[in-house]
Write a protein that binds this ligand. Structure first.
Ligand code: ADP
Length: 478
């Protein structure tokens, strides 16, 4: 049977609050599910971010709950406009989410009270759902911030209405477990104490593990990533293996309305008839803002400077490539690791004409880079799905990617039939320099380069088929 109403619960949702791909997925999937004839909405925290504060909201529910011995108030705000194509409910919990960051402050320092914040969010999300006349057909939880919910629906006190509500838990990033010590028990809503061992993994409360154990179905954001997690998931391997029967990998789509080179308001030149004119216009605009050597291809990197993205390898790769005579330009957009900020900034002095850097988060520049670059480099150590390579391809930028996770599911090496990009096996300076060498050669093989560019711009990465796969999964639960 087809579900009528799906509720997504998530810490992020584009364009309201975004730290990475989780936001992009939760900001798109409901819209495409609605197109398939079901009702879908999102519950998220009400952070004090511009994307939230600059929009109009209406308070639709207020209540209070206990966080340990404190009685806290909360208010649920509903997004008044229909701009996103689905309903969004943002929960305001004063003292917990009225901050200008999602997970960290302006200096990049993580807020120290994550367990309290996300337990409070999960508790109030369920109190809000309980206040509604109808129980949703499916509750779809995303990442560890919502991993306790499938447990509470089964064993939480006061949530009896939801005992039979099917839950789906999607792992967008298995690196973050959100674990906390049993000392935080005070912050948990009351639950059936006999069931407490279900919360435990390795002596701590591990929300990612709880979501995997308790949800009716588990999904990962690409099929290959699910295989990888079975072999390496920072201590959850045996759990993921034992829950294999209820797990499936569904490759993310991209929001082809937001990411459309023919209409994207954030880029300089729109795609009309000629892909060449569109690319050249955006490339020239990029070079005007970042004066690099116009004769060389622009190889860009966009992403968090986290271990998973292997951004730490960039300085040495840039040095070895440029000093060994590989004629490319590098354009880097990202932030995270202060050591890396410093290393890249000091390299700028040596390679002024071939290296440009923007440290920080800049949505518009990201769009301009996808539109104006020739190649996008993704040496990721771990990439659950990866959206950048799909945006890049849609915008005519050839991906240089490590064979891992969703990158393996979405890119094909140009040495194989219907190739889409350049692939390499190891997150190492040597592999990247070799890939850059191949990219330089491809760039100068004009017909070969054009053929691949034309091909990748036509690949269908839209959400339609992935949204359908989720609905088919829900159907098995109802
Ligand atoms: P992850 O969620 O692991 O960071 P994804 O590839 O799933 O990686 O999603 C990354 C998203 O974040 C993409 O939309 C990408 O364009 C965006 N992004 C990452 N870093 C930046 C940045 N510094 N400025 C603008 N957008 C960024």
């Amino acid at each position: 049977m087809k579900p009528n109403h799906i509720v997504h619960i998530s810490a992020e949702c584009y364009p309201l609050a975004k730290a990475g791909g989780l936001a992009d997925v939760v900001g798109a999937l409901p819209k495409y599910q609605i197109e398939l004839g079901v009702q879908a909405s999102v519950i998220m925290p009400r952070y004090h971010l511009p994307g939230i504060l600059q929009r109009e909201w209406t308070v639709v529910h207020t209540g209070s709950f206990h966080l340990g011995s404190h009685l806290l108030e909360f208010a649920v705000h509903h997004l008044s406009s229909e701009e996103l194509g689905f309903s969004v409910f943002a929960i305001d919990i004063p003292g917990k989410f009225d901050r200008p960051g999602i997970y960290s402050d302006q200096n990049g320092d993580f807020y120290g009270d994550g367990p309290d914040r996300y337990l409070a969010f999960q508790h109030t999300a369920l109190l809000f759902l309980d206040s509604l006349p109808e129980v949703p057909d499916i509750i779809h939880c995303h990442d560890h911030h919502t991993g306790i919910i499938p447990f509470l629906l089964k064993h939480g006190m006061g949530f009896d209405r939801f005992r039979k509500t099917p839950t789906v838990f999607t792992i967008h990033n298995g690196k973050y477990h959100g674990s906390f010590s049993w000392d935080y028990l005070y912050a948990m809503p009351f639950f059936d104490w006999q069931m407490r061992t279900l919360l435990d993994w390795g002596g701590v409360i591990n929300p990612l593990a709880v979501g995997i154990k308790m949800a009716w179905k588990v999904t990962t954001v690409s099929p290959n990533y699910l295989n990888e997690l079975r072999g390496d998931s920072d201590g959850l391997e045996s759990l993921i293996q034992s829950e294999s029967a209820k797990s499936v990998g569904i490759l993310n789509g991209i929001d082809t309305e937001v990411w459309d080179p023919a209409s994207d308001p954030l880029i300089s030149v729109h795609l009309k008839k000629s892909a060449h004119a569109y690319k050249k216009g955006n490339r020239d605009a990029l070079l005007k803002a970042y004066p690099l050597d116009a004769k060389r291809p622009i190889v860009s990197f966009i992403g968090r400077f986290a271990d998973e993205k292997a951004a730490d390898l960039l300085p040495e790769t840039i040095h070895q490539a440029l000093s060994s005579g590989i004629k490319v330009n590098f354009l880097i957009l990202g932030s995270g690791n202060p050591w890396l900020h410093h290393a890249l900034n000091s390299q700028r002095l040596t390679y002024r004409e071939n290296l440009a850097i923007y440290i920080g988060y800049n949505e518009q520049l990201a769009h301009q880079i996808y539109a104006g670059s020739d190649f996008l480099l993704m040496p990721s150590r771990v990439e659950p799905c990866g959206l950048n390579q799909m945006y890049a391809m849609r915008y005519g930028t050839i991906p240089l990617v490590r064979r891992t996770g969703g990158l393996s599911d979405s890119v094909i090496d140009i040495g194989d039939a219907d190739g889409r990009g350049i692939m390499f096996s190891n997150a190492s300076v040597g592999d990247m320099v070799h890939a850059l060498h191949r990219a330089e050669n491809l760039y100068h093989d004009k017909p070969g380069f054009k053929a691949i560019r034309d091909r990748i711009m036509k690949v269908d990465f839209s959400w339609q088929s992935s949204a359908k796969a989720y609905i088919e999964l829900y159907n098995t639960l109802i």
